[in-house]
Each structure stands twice: as C-alpha cells, then as structure tokens.
Ligand binder design. Structure first.
Ligand SMILES: [Zn+2]
Length: 280
C-alpha cells in the first residue's frame, strides 16, 4: 500500500528565474532557521517581494524555487532580524505546521534546504576555491578543479514491524514526551533500504524482520532527510533495547496504544494504517 504518490498540488519546481521580478512574487526569507511570515487570524502567509521592500529587509544567498500557483518563488536569508512591523514575525518552521497551507509548508521545507545548501557550498570541498552556481541546474561547480556538488539529501528508513496483530513501538531517548513511535534510522553507504530496515530494527530492539514492503516516502527538512517508509513482519528474537537511542519498546495492540505522533507525518501514517488493518 503506497501512501504518498505526490505531495505538491500547486507547485512546479524550477531553477531558472524569469528576467523580471514582480512585486507580487513569493519570497521565503529565513533568519537563523526562522521563517518570515505574516500572521492573521491564526493563519500564516508567506510575504511577497513588496512586503520585503516595505520592511526594508536586506537579504543574500537568494535562490529561485519555481512557480507556486501563478507566482514565482524565491528563497533568501535576511542579513539581520531587523525591526519588523505590522503582522510580520520570524517563526520556527516546525511551529508553523497547521498554520501554513500544507503545500506552502512543504515548499518552505524545500526552501530552507536549498538555502542551507547554497550557504554551506560557497567553497569547493576538494580544493577550497570559490564555487559558482551551474547555470540551469541546482548544482555548484568549482572553476579550479571542476568538482560538482548537488543539494545533499540523507535517506532514512522508517518501519512498522507487525507481530500477530500487534505493532512494535519504541520510545526514543530524544523524545521530550512519553510518545512512542515506529523504528527509524539513517541509511549507511553501501546498503539497500531493505538491509537498512533489518539492521536498524536489529540494532535498536534486537528483532529480526522479514517481508519488508515499501509504504511511501516523505521529505523531512529537519535538516535534510528523505524518510522512506516500510512495513515489515516479525521473524524472530525478543525485544532488547539498545539503551542508546531507544530506552523502551513494546508490542502494542490497537486497544492499548500509547501516546503516538500527532502531526501528519509518515510515522503516524504507518501507525494509522496498522490501526485500519486491525479494524477490518
Ligand atoms: Zn575545487
């Protein structure tokens, strides 16, 4: 069952900006990882070029993102937090979930990753020379040695493990609350996604899994992951938590689920899919 065929409904990616800029073009501005938004009635909106001019904000590291509805979109970093007037605020991106239009929230996640990549790849990682942006591509090239870099994405797996109508949920030491979730971890160089699923589940909770099936994927911009979701079945072993990342893990039936992730994340979609299957 694949749950994430497409995430954008109204956005067309692009790397070549138009010749002219309109005052109504959309402008994502970050300052220290916070996004500039206009707040009104519990809703957050992304400013347009005119707003940036009116606020007197000076920005750098600008990148073109493409078209949202009929508006060209850009991202840049503000040089200082400046004195904001009206209903404009710099807000932590995560805190804006549910307040921004969903397409815009996902696009803001892309925007912050492109911005961070642009900032951290000003110099060649091989010879240290100043890089230049490659025309027509989201890439940087070193004029001295020809080394190319592209925006970095770190794939991570996330898996629901099922055993006799129960799901394996774990509490991570990093969770601030008493929340339990499915197992996740970063893919290592030289392994397949399926091997990563097996390794992560074994390392974190000591369980061997089989019958690994693709479920869906989700970009996760905190900081630059792509979460690749799978379902899997218990094969053998007894739960033994690693004590480093995971401090507790148990099998849960739908009648006694613990606190689970609330936001519309792929972890929640995996757990919801398990609940649906059990109710049938
Ligand atoms: Zn170089």
């Amino acid at each position: 069952m694949i749950h994430t065929e497409g995430i954008y409904k109204r956005y067309i990616p692009g790397v070549i900006p138009p010749k002219d800029r309109s005052d109504e073009d959309t402008f994502f501005v970050f300052y220290a990882d916070k996004l500039l938004v206009k707040l009104a009635d519990g809703k957050a909106m992304i400013p347009v070029v005119k707003d940036i001019k009116d606020l007197g904000l000076t920005c750098h590291h600008e990148q073109y993102l493409g078209i949202f509805e009929s508006s060209h979109c850009y991202v840049a970093e503000a040089l200082s937090e400046a004195k904001l007037q009206g209903d404009f605020y710099f807000k932590d991106l995560r805190s804006l979930f549910g307040h921004l239009d969903e397409d815009i929230f996902i696009l803001a996640g892309k925007a912050i990753q492109i911005l961070a990549w642009n900032q951290t790849h000003q110099f060649c990682g091989k010879c240290g020379s100043k890089t230049v942006t490659k025309e027509g591509e989201r890439a940087k090239i070193c004029p001295q040695c020809g080394f190319f870099t592209y925006p970095r994405i770190s794939p991570a797996i996330i898996t629901a493990v099922i055993r006799d109508g129960k799901i394996l949920l774990a509490h991570s030491k990093n969770f601030k609350s008493n929340m339990y979730s499915v197992i996740a971890g970063f893919v290592e160089p030289g392994e397949t996604l399926e091997e990563c699923v097996k390794r992560e589940v074994m390392e974190e909770v000591g369980i061997r899994v089989k019958n690994i099936k693709y479920f869906g994927s989700e970009p996760w911009p905190f900081p630059n992951s792509l979460m690749v979701g799978f379902t899997s079945e218990y094969e053998s072993g007894e739960i033994s938590v690693d004590g480093i990342e995971i401090d507790d893990a148990r099998w849960y039936g739908i009648e006694n689920l613990p606190e689970i992730p609330t936001r519309i994340s792929i972890s929640r979609k995996l757990i919801d899919c398990f609940i649906e299957t059990q109710r049938k």
